[in-house]
Design a protein around this ligand. Structure first.
Ligand code: NAD
Length: 483
């Protein structure tokens, strides 16, 4: 039991729970207490899960799209009926805000299933029927077999279902390796999927370590698609393993996104959104961690930023009043702290925060903003994945764009300006999969999502997802074929 919710800590293979003799301790970031001993899968477990998925893929893939869509909607119903359970377990497991899980994250999990169920039927209806030189061409999105889904701990169920839902909609079976730092909600999803009538074996969960179960899964020749979300470093390992089997791979990786604030921007809106970059203790791939501020408003903006950050409430993520919870683990805390210490040592100045939150102790880290950061500093070039931002002034549009693009990443960028022409010009020149103008985080699930440069390979969302998970086929029929 976790937070009063019954959660299986075993794998789910072929619709049955499967134990492992080895277990790993799942530690809550809220108080560093062990909350579960979870089955630790190995290559043999992965082989069993891939075989189970392969066995189920045919039946699930041949299930008519209407029925597949109905099952996905029933999974969404199941998620919606268990939002409270999913939320309390996820918060205990990864330390993200309970209020966010209840109000937006878990509803989005349900929406992932509903959206791709509806998209499947839309593609079926509209298809890709065209004619070419009198020939009929029909494009279909056929099931491709077994999809491996591997994801991070910062929004485990939401990010995983963003991949699981389209894979299932496309008629594939899934083997999911949840993050070892927050493995529990995947197990609850397994219960929900079975209750919803999903073919047993179409969704399998292998718990365990990335280097062990994860590595075995991406190297398994039975896997026909790999959907990986995580760090650039792990992404490279996954891509190398995938290369051996030529397994198509979608990589959603890290970011070091710029957040540009021009002097003509709405100052209050820009400020609120800039402070919002500390959300989830900065453990957000899309976070605009590099604030680029026009020189004429730089000092004033930073004064107001420091004041506003002082009002941010840090504490237990289960409290409604809390804005920022803890970091995920001691290991990650030390990594974040390493960046901050190195920042102090190189002469960067912490205008806000600059170390652990000693009042709270544990894994709570103060929201931190560095200024006067030397060019080339790791604070500007590497993803910290904690509540650590930098600020840099810029003189004009050209300098803003140059600084914004001075990174190996290209996941997202945010621009605050009151000038539409500038918004268009700047947006066109930023290297990023998503550019937000005077907003942040809003996104239609039908729109393409992914990263440029080291932030990833491929785009998902809407039809882009089906193009990846499915075997796309074009049947060309000559006019003389009758019918
Ligand atoms: P990570 O790369 O350490 O781990 C991600 C997953 O990969 C985990 O489930 C882990 O068990 C598994 N893994 C580890 N080694 C593996 C291997 N050799 N083979 C296969 N799988 C392996 O990342 P993390 O620390 O869990 O998450 C943080 C990272 O994720 C950040 O870089 C963040 O930006 C990124 N992220 C990206 C997006 C996006 O959509 N682009 C979203 C959220 C997080």
């Amino acid at each position: 039991m976790v937070e009063g919710v019954e959660v299986s800590t075993d794998h789910l293979v072929g619709g049955e729970r499967l134990a492992s003799s080895d277990r790993f301790s799942d530690v809550s970031p809220i108080d560093e207490q062990v909350i579960a001993e979870v089955a630790r899968g190995d290559a043999d477990t992965v082989d069993l899960a891939v075989a189970a998925a392969d066995g189920a893929a045919d039946a699930w893939g041949r299930t008519p799209p209407k029925e597949r869509a109905a099952v996905l909607h029933r999974i969404a119903d199941g998620v919606e009926s268990r939002i409270e359970e999913l939320s309390v377990v996820e918060t205990r497991d990864n330390g993200s805000l309970l209020r966010s899980h209840r109000r937006s994250v878990m509803p989005r999990v349900a929406r992932n299933f509903r959206f791709f169920a509806d998209k499947l039927l839309e593609l079926e209806d509209e298809g890709g029927d065209t004619t070419f030189n009198g020939n009929r061409e029909r494009v279909t999105w056929d099931p491709s077999g077994v999809t491996a889904v591997i994801g991070p701990w910062n929004a485990p169920l939401m990010l995983a279902t963003w991949r699981i839902a389209p894979a299932l909609a496309a008629g594939n079976a899934v083997v999911h390796k949840p993050p070892e730092w927050a493995p529990l909600t995947a197990s609850l999803l397994g219960d929900i999927a079975l209750e919803a009538g999903l073919v047993p074996g179409a969704y399998n969960v292998v718990q365990g370590m990335g280097e062990e179960a994860g590595a075995a899964l991406v190297a398994n020749p039975g896997v026909t698609r790999i959907a990986f979300t995580g760090s650039v470093e792990t992404g490279r390992l996954v891509a190398a393993a995938a290369a051996a089997n030529l397994t198509p791979t979608s990589l959603e990786l890290g970011g070091k996104s710029p957040f540009l604030i021009f002097a003509d921007a709405d100052p209050d809106a820009a400020l609120a959104q800039a402070v919002g970059q500390f959300d989830n203790a900065g453990q957000v791939c899309l976070a605009g961690t590099r604030l680029l501020i026009e020189s004429s408003i730089y000092d004033d903006f930073l004064d107001r930023f420091a004041e506003a950050t002082g009002r941010v409430v840090q504490g237990d993520p289960r409290d409604e009043a809390t804005d920022i919870g803890p970091l995920i683990s001691r290991e990650h805390f030390d990594r974040v702290d390493g960046f901050v210490r190195a920042g102090h040592a190189e002469g960067s100045r912490a205008l806000v925060g600059g170390g652990p939150n000693d009042d709270l102790g544990g894994l709570y880290y103060r929201p931190t903003l560095f200024v006067d950061v030397p060019r080339g500093s790791p604070l500007l070039t590497r993803e910290v994945f904690g509540p650590v931002l930098t600020a840099q002034p810029f003189g004009d549009e050209a300098e803003a764009i140059a600084l914004a693009n001075e990174t190996d990443y290209g996941l997202a960028a945010t621009v605050y300006t009151g000038d539409e022409g500038r918004a268009r010009r700047v947006g066109e020149q930023l290297v990023a999969g998503t550019v937000w103008v005077n907003c942040f985080f809003v996104r239609d699930l039908d729109a393409p999502f992914g990263g440029s440069r080291n932030s990833g390979i491929g785009r998902e969302g809407g039809q882009w997802s089906f193009d990846f998970y499915a075997d796309v086929k074009n049947v060309v029929t000559a006019p003389s074929s009758g019918g």
